[in-house]
Write a protein that binds this ligand. Sequence first.
Ligand SMILES: *Cc1c(COP(=O)(O)O)cnc(C)c1O
Length: 355
Amino acid sequence: MVHAPPRPTPGLPPVRVNLYSDTQTRPTAAMKAAMMEAEVGDEQAGLDPTIDALCERMAALMGKEAAVFLPTGTMCNQISILTHCRPGDAILAHRTAHILTAEGGAAAALTGAQIMPLEGADGQYSAETLAAAFNGGSRYDMPQTLVEVEQTANLGGGTVWPLAALNAVADMAHARGISTHMDGARLMNAVVAAGVPVAEMVAGYDSVWLDFTKGLGAPLGAVLCGSASFIDRAWRWKQRMGGSLRQGGICAAACLYALDHNIDRLAEDHANAAVLARGLAQIEGLKVKAPQTNLVYFDTTGTGLTAGEVTAALRQHGVMMSVMGPHLGRACTHLDVTRTQVDEAVQTMRQVLAA
Ligand SMILES: *Cc1c(COP(=O)(O)O)cnc(C)c1O
């Protein structure tokens, strides 16, 4: 359950600290300058050199043959599902996966695929859990054609799948002839936190994408990578869905800028999240999950308030956090949040819960 962000309301103070989501970053002056200078052309006709440069760079980074630029991560997931699956097919994914909980039922609506939810702590599942969910492959069974993981696992707490677990799941899927897909909305957060090279982290996955509008600070864009044949087929879905662009290089330039400037600094967001979590954990009534990356989940049950009540009170004091469940709140650090603002947020939480 992800609630819409509160709209600007007359009478509410301006937002001083925005921990609502890493999607709320705004392009910096330097990023905008890079966008202004982008060489552009008609992408649908293969004539945008900046999009081509971004796709080439992303394919090389991920260790895949090819890549395609898309407006959003949701479109990357859905085009991947359309490309991997047929109507009636089953996708195996964690029960908290974004494709199951936050894409408007798109796998069913667009592909006609159904998602089999898997259990496991922290938004992750084991190769054994996956194996136990495999059916017999008879004509009575759903054809199971895709296994999906999320790196980092958002609703799992921004947790990082260890490399060995990713490989064990991918090997188990491939041994059954099942394709693998990685939702890499925050893949670079995982790469920075784990210190594992990205190509190694995604090696077991037939398709993988990265969002540039989460911690990387771009206004628009995600890149989906895979084999040349997969990307050819994905391109047809991009065209069918009206996702082919014209002078999209303006946005691809922001993504190239983000690759050069905004990856290593994700470590700062992780350090800020750790400071935030430690501060919140000292406040009576709050139960805080220790963050592995930039997402801090906290349970408000012990305060006697719902997460909605707590975030509404924070908002009255200019601090924004999000509601992820009746008593589950989330604070997200990103490049528009400073250490001072993190300290301010902790102080405000203390003040609000004391009142
Ligand atoms: C945000 C997100 C998406 C969707 O990306 P958009 O660019 O917002 O469409 C998919 N998966 C996860 C895990 C996400 O956090």
